[in-house]
Design a protein around this ligand. Structure first.
Ligand code: DCP
Ligand code: MG
Length: 410
């Protein structure tokens, strides 16, 4: 499945201000409409149109500033988390950009097929179908039901409508997701003459991986005018020709020729979470700041940070491999960071506290100073080999940890 939120920035802004719902709204960044609601699109406003032009077309267009990306990033994380909780930990989910996810729903669809068979309930397609419906197509029908369920959850939990496509590869699902918009879904049947012809009619430049470097190589060979569509390419170039054009890159040539025939072997990446790092920050530091103040602040960050690491570990089985301590100075020195590698499995809060303290000691040389922020961050989350056997983290009591800190100071 490929799922893409409709006019994403606009729906996020409407969520914060529901009175905008149903109206022509444009999201502005500098002088450009970065996106607009479908009501505005119906009146002729398009993405990336200038604000001046958009207002000429629709004088009462509501313009909302979208220069702060924070709510959109948060929205992107929410999309990922809803997808993750709806479909479960085992399903590969790959997030693209702000508002798009690819999900390999083979397993949930397969489970649904078996379930329906047990209950003697026939499967039906949800949404549109593009292509010849030959054979049972049960897995695709079940997949379309999984897609419909996720769209319902997103609408329920975030209030956003989405468009989605389902097929047997990322590329075909992406194409399908754009076939019917907004708030619709399409299954692109991945075989038959309609499928084949669809790809043959595409421009070669529409193929994933056919970037500016490929365009330049085609131009160098004088092919820009003669090879426009996939059909042109398939009729005139074989794998050896294309490998030569791509300066010996046979893997690229093979993949481009396959994609031109609707064959996409790229896997959906399995992202455990969009959150790359977890951090806690203390901003009310005394003026000036000494080492003792900092030690207290850092120790107060350890416990809540460990809570977050534990929470994440419970759902992902991942541990952070790096800890970073950053101090923001009020002077021109700006922010300074020190980091350390953590043990394979950070399952003890005492270890986090000890390493944080060691990092802090490295700052000792720059006393005295005035700091405004201190931030403790865990990052590089990975799943150790033996993860499945070792659920559950060991909690050293805060008292015990503070005791070890004191000992360190004396
Ligand atoms: N975006 C941007 N600049 C671009 C393209 C997109 O800032 N050149 C932002 C605004 C979009 C968001 O990314 O809201 C998602 O991009 P989409 O291409 O999915 O566009 P929309 O979600 O806005 O519209 P659609 O309904 O066509 O998906
Ligand atoms: Mg979108």
């Amino acid at each position: 499945m490929c799922l893409d939120v409709d006019c994403f920035f606009a729906q996020v802004m409407i969520g914060a201000n529901p009175s905008l719902k149903g109206k022509p709204v444009a999201i502005r960044q500098k002088y450009i409409v970065v996106t607009c609601t479908y009501e505005a699109r119906a009146l002729g406003v398009t993405k990336l149109m200038s604000i001046v032009k958009a207002l000429e077309l629709v004088p009462d267009l509501i313009i909302v500033d979208g220069s702060d990306l924070t709510p959109f990033r948060a929205g992107g994380r929410k999309l990922f988390e809803i997808t993750r909780t709806t479909l479960g930990e085992c399903v590969p989910i790959e997030k693209k950009g702000f508002d798009e996810v690819y999900v390999d729903i083979t397993e949930p669809a397969h489970t649904l097929v078996l379930e329906k068979k047990r209950e003697f309930t026939p499967l039906e397609f949800h949404g549109h179908v593009f292509g010849e419906q030959i054979g049972s197509l049960d897995l695709l029908k079940a997949a379309s039901e999984v897609v419909a369920e996720l769209r319902r959850e997103i609408l329920l939990q975030a209030g956003w409508t989405c468009s989605a496509g389902v097929s047997d590869s990322k590329f075909a699902a992406k194409i399908a997701s754009n076939m019917n918009k907004p708030n619709q879904q399409t299954c692109f049947i991945p075989f038959g003459p309609l499928y084949r012809d669809y790809f043959r009619a595409l421009r070669v430049t529409d193929l994933p991986g056919f970037g500016w470097a490929c365009k330049r190589l085609f131009a160098e060979q004088g092919l820009s005018q003669s090879i426009i569509t996939c059909e042109n390419m398939l009729d005139h170039l074989n794998e050896d020709d294309l490998t030569r054009i791509f300066k010996g890159d046979r893997a690229l040539a093979t993949s481009i020729l396959e994609l031109a025939q609707g064959v996409d072997k790229r896997q959906v990446a399995h992202m455990s979470s969009v959150t790359k790092q977890i951090s806690r920050e203390e901003t009310s530091l005394p003026h000036p700041t000494n080492m003792q103040d900092l030690r207290l602040r850092v120790s107060s960050l350890v416990d809540p940070l460990f809570d977050l690491v534990e929470e994440r570990h419970d759902s992902t089985l991942e541990y952070p491999r790096t800890i970073r301590l950053s101090i923001k100075f009020r002077s021109e020195n700006g922010r300074k960071s020190k980091s350390r590698t953590l043990p394979d499995q950070l399952d003890d809060m005492g270890v986090l506290g000890r390493v944080a303290n060691e990092l802090l000691n490295e700052f000792a040389a720059i006393e005295p100073f005035v700091a405004s922020h201190v931030n403790l961050c865990c990052t590089d989350f990975t799943c150790p080999e033996s993860a499945s056997e070792s659920r559950g983290l060991k909690r050293t009591s805060m008292k015990q940890y503070l005791h070890s800190t004191k000992r360190h100071e004396t």
